[in-house]
Structures are given as C-alpha cells and as structure tokens.
Design a protein around this ligand. Structure first.
Ligand SMILES: Nc1ncnc2c1ncn2[C@@H]1O[C@H](COP(=O)(O)OP(=O)(O)O)[C@@H](O)[C@H]1O
Ligand SMILES: [Mg+2]
Length: 326
C-alpha cells in the first residue's frame, strides 16, 4: 500500500473528520464579525414549546461571542433552561431576572460571565420567575420593566438575546418591548406554523402601542431532517410566508445539540466540530452580516420596502404543513 493511500485512510476516520471540522469551525470562529453600531436586542420567541428557542438562544449567543462579539443572554423562562445550558447555577437564591423585573434590581447586579466562552454573559432565571407573570400585573410600567433595566445597563454589548417562555404573557411582552428584533425559531415539523399568527398579532400590537421599532427580523428553521419530505415541505412553506427573514442556514437535527445542555455547555464548546456547531456558527454569521446596512437597517431584509412581517395583513393558513397546502 502506498504511503499516500495510508494517509488517505487515516484522514478518512471519523476522528480525523471531526478534527478537521473542528479546526474549520474554530478557524471561522476566530474570523470576527462586524460589530453592530448599536446593541442589537433580539427577542427569541415562539409560543410553542420545544421548537428550539432556548437551543437557538444559547448557541447563537455563543457563536457570536466566539466571533469576538460581546453578548448577553437574558433567560426569561422560569424553567431556566438557557441558564442551565450556559452552566449558570439558578437555584432559588441566585440573583436573577426576577429581582430585576419585580424588585427593580439593576441588571448589572445579576449578570454572570459564562465559563469557557469569553465575551458571553448571562442573566439567569430561577423558578421565582413563574410568579412574576402574576406579580407584574399590578405593577407600574409592567410591560417595560425589562426595557428600562436594559437601557440602564452601562456595559458595552453587541447583542442581547432574550430567551422567552412558551407563552404570550407579560414576560414575553416585556421582551417584545425591550427588543427591536424578533427571532422566531421554527421547528420543521407538523403544524410548524400553527399559532404563529397569534405571536405576529402580538408583535403588531406591541409595535402599535409600546415599541414602534419592533419587527420580525429573523426566522430560523430548526431540527431540520434532510431525509424527510415533511421537513422540506415545512421549509418551503415558511419561505413562502416569510421570504427574506428566513436565514438560508437551517439547523439540522443533531444529537450533539441535544446532549450539550446536560453538560452545562453549548454545542460550540461541547463538540465544536459537529454539524450542529457548524450550522449555528453559520447561522450566526448570517445574522451578523445582515446587520451591516446603512443606519442599522438589515441588508436584504425587505424587497419592496414594506414591513418585515411578511404575512401581516393577510391571514395565512397557519395549519396544515403537508398534503400540498401551500
Ligand atoms: N437541532 C436540534 N437537534 C436535536 N435536538 C434539538 C435541536 N434543537 C433543539 N433540540 C432539543 O429539543 C428540545 C426542545 O428544544 P428547546 O430549545 O428547549 O425548545 P424551546 O426553548 O422552544 O422549548 C430540547 O430537548 C433540545 O435539546
Ligand atoms: Mg426554552
């Protein structure tokens, strides 16, 4: 056997492939991405549970930080899954977003650095937050408490990603008031778009009354399984409705992505060479590169200068992602 053949064979082992991919991923991560002129506050929302909000929040945030940007994750879900995935303790005594929203504590008092990822920070959520939804109801400026806390935070940040709970209550409204951009992860599954009309109507309501800058800027397809026709159909349907907002990178279904949180890690540190890590790095690049237009407008966002919520004003068929509908 020729030496070159042996080398070829060694190169073709799974470990060698993973190593190559890791080098590629790390190399790309070091490339750097444009720093937005002002902090981009992204609300990661979808009132359905289990569609990849938390996974997207932590992995996009880690990807952006690994590109040299300063990123804060605000965990706004009482489950505290984003905190867990970032290795941040969130037992009941930990100072958390609850203290900020309900007690009026400064954000700076509850921000924690994320181990292993420079430039990445997290405001944890504890179980107390479950009560905040009700406690906030009777409070002054109940919809804008997060927005005020963020405005008073003086540390420089390039991105703030807010991980919302799977509901459209006051916590999510606080996020929608605090951010300008909504990032909607959509799981490539049956009924992917069901219920989304309600989220979009809430976005419209908040824009009309509380935050005129709010818009859906980004849609990310998650848990994409290239082997199934259903995933391709859902992706087509989403692209038909939303067009320019949909990132061309879809996140594949990946065991590595789902394993990472149990180690208190993002997939970027857990397995940097995995396809899951690479796809989040790519999605984050896309997200960041869309932001370089003049005066903060998103490049490639609106084809006709119209509003970014592509389906606004129409009532699309939000159910039935299969059998030839749309
Ligand atoms: N691309 C993916 N591949 C495999 N599992 C995933 C992927 N994205 C998310 N998951 C898993 O799906 C479940 C729901 O994801 P999660 O991000 O917690 O959704 P949400 O925050 O919308 O409720 C979690 O167990 C998560 O690990
Ligand atoms: Mg979640």
């Amino acid at each position: 056997m020729q030496d070159s053949e042996i080398v070829d064979q060694i190169d073709d082992t799974p470990i060698a492939r993973a190593a190559q991919a890791a080098v590629q991923a790390i190399g790309r991560a070091g490339e750097g991405l444009p720093r937005p002129a002002t902090t981009r506050v992204m609300v990661v929302a979808n009132q359905k549970g289990g569609v990849g909000k938390t996974t997207t929040t932590v992995n996009m945030a880690a990807s952006l930080a690994m590109h040299g940007l300063r990123v804060l994750v605000v965990d706004l879900d009482p489950q505290g899954n984003a905190s867990t995935a970032l290795g941040i303790d969130h037992h009941a005594e930990v100072p958390s977003i609850y203290d900020v929203l309900v007690e009026g504590k400064p954000l700076a008092d509850v921000v924690q650095p994320v181990r292993d990822v420079e430039g990445l920070f997290c405001v944890p959520a504890t179980i107390d937050l479950a009560g905040a939804e009700i406690e906030l109801v009777s409070m002054v400026a109940r919809e804008s408490r997060l927005q005020r806390a963020i405005a008073a935070y003086e540390q420089p940040l390039d991105y703030i990603l807010i991980d919302c709970p799977p509901s459209l209550g006051l916590l999510t409204v606080n996020a929608l008031v605090a951010g300008e951009e909504v990032l909607i992860p959509i799981q490539c599954e049956y009924y992917a778009l069901e219920g989304l009309g309600q989220l979009l109507r809430n976005v419209d309501l908040v824009r009309a009354h509380l935050n005129s800058a709010l818009h859906v800027s980004t849609i990310l397809l998650t848990m994409y399984d290239a082997r199934t026709r259903l995933a391709a159909q859902v992706a087509d349907e989403v692209r038909t409705h939303f067009q320019a907002e949909v990132l061309s990178t879809a996140i594949p279904r990946s065991v590595r992505i789902s394993e990472a949180p149990s180690y208190g890690q993002t997939v970027l540190t857990y397995d940097p060479g995995s396809t899951g890590a690479l796809s989040y790095l790519e999605a984050a690049r896309e997200l960041a590169l869309r932001a370089v237009g003049p005066n903060g407008s998103l490049v490639g966002q609106q084809r006709d200068g119209s509003s970014t919520t592509a389906v606004r004003g129409t009532e699309p068929q939000w159910h039935g992602t299969t059998e030839g509908q749309q």
